[in-house]
Design a protein around this ligand. Structure first.
Ligand SMILES: [Zn+2]
Length: 132
């Protein structure tokens, strides 16, 4: 079980900038990292095009995901931004949390939070997030 998410500082700093650049749409991407005990260290960021059609949603480029998984085998988290509202999962996010193997990170403004999907349709549990 993952007890804590540790985010490398340069990655943490990049997320609000990417989110701002994507406005009014959601920004999204994948993070790579590794687990040590109950800690998940995230130290790599691969921004994705947002393939979703609407403004209030996101869809990671599956080709990017596959490429990254093949080259690093370390895709550990999915990230997106909320242009409106806070950094907590929306109803749409809960419906889309199909892969329990990936931690979710959400950025709103300068705040980023981490979430553990509990399974399809079951929502998320919050995870402590600290900077490395
Ligand atoms: Zn969302």
């Amino acid at each position: 079980m993952i007890g804590t998410v540790r985010l490398e500082r340069s990655v943490a700093a990049a997320l609000p900038r990417l989110a701002a650049a994507a406005l009014p749409r959601e920004a999204c991407g994948l993070l790579t990292g590794r687990r040590a005990g109950g800690v998940l260290l995230l130290d790599g960021l691969a921004p994705s095009r947002n393939l979703a059609a609407g403004e209030g949603s996101f869809e990671i480029d599956a080709a990017l995901h596959l490429r990254l998984q093949r080259s690093t085998r370390a895709v550990a988290a999915v990230w997106h931004s909320h242009p409106r509202g806070g950094p907590t999962p929306s109803a749409r996010d809960a419906a889309g949390a199909w892969d329990a193997g990936l931690v979710w990170l959400i950025t709103a403004g300068d705040a980023t939070t981490a979430w553990l999907p509990l399974g399809e349709g079951l929502g998320f549990a919050p995870l402590p997030l600290e900077l490395a």
